[in-house]
Design a protein around this ligand. Structure first.
Ligand code: IDP
Ligand code: MG
Length: 151
């Protein structure tokens, strides 16, 4: 197991639909550690940088507009193999293909309103964390359940 950090964004539809607590609860119950978190009204510059890998695709502009449409909750989670774990918990990009029990599978229907983002690899996690957070916004601390979560 590798200790990693990942970037999670609770998107505008989740904030508007009152699902922030539910989504954070799922990550907390799984035993993940929140090391940074803030509410952000996303600028076009930030939105375009975040989705720059998708520039040129037909959904680029709608997706940029989507994450600028209302505040988002930006978070950094830390833990063993957390990048893949968060992706598994979020579910497939298209909510109609996402398994029940995942966030997208349980709470949404449209690919362009899919509630939550999680970094898809170690390079993107590093890029996204540095894009959204200053180093001093990321906390280092011991969580008291850590030794009970691990063998
Ligand atoms: P991911 O969020 O599961 O990593 P990506 O393929 O990286 O999915 O796409 C980024 C975001 O762009 C998606 O979460 C979704 O909001 C939006 N998106 C992706 N593909 C489509 C599409 O075909 N139609 C509309 N929106 C899309
Ligand atoms: Mg992606």
């Amino acid at each position: 197991m590798t200790k990693e950090r990942t970037f999670v964004m609770i998107k505008p539809d989740a904030v508007q639909r009152g699902l922030v607590g539910e989504i954070i609860r799922r990550f907390e119950q799984k035993g993940t550690k929140i090391v940074a978190m803030k509410l952000v009204s996303v600028s076009r510059e930030l939105a375009e940088k975040h989705y720059e890998i998708h520039k040129g695709k037909p959904f680029f502009e709608p997706t940029v507009k989507y994450i600028m449409s209302a505040p988002v909750v930006a978070m950094v989670l830390e833990g063993n193999d957390i990048i893949e774990m968060v992706r598994t918990m979020i579910g497939k990009t298209d909510p109609m293909k996402a398994e029940m029990g995942t966030i997208r599978g349980d709470f949404c229907q449209f690919i362009g309103r899919n509630l939550v983002h999680g970094s898809d690899g170690s390079d993107t996690a590093e890029f996204e964390i540095s894009l959204w957070f200053k180093p001093e916004e990321i906390s280092k601390y011991t969580k008291i359940d850590e030794r009970w979560l691990q063998e």
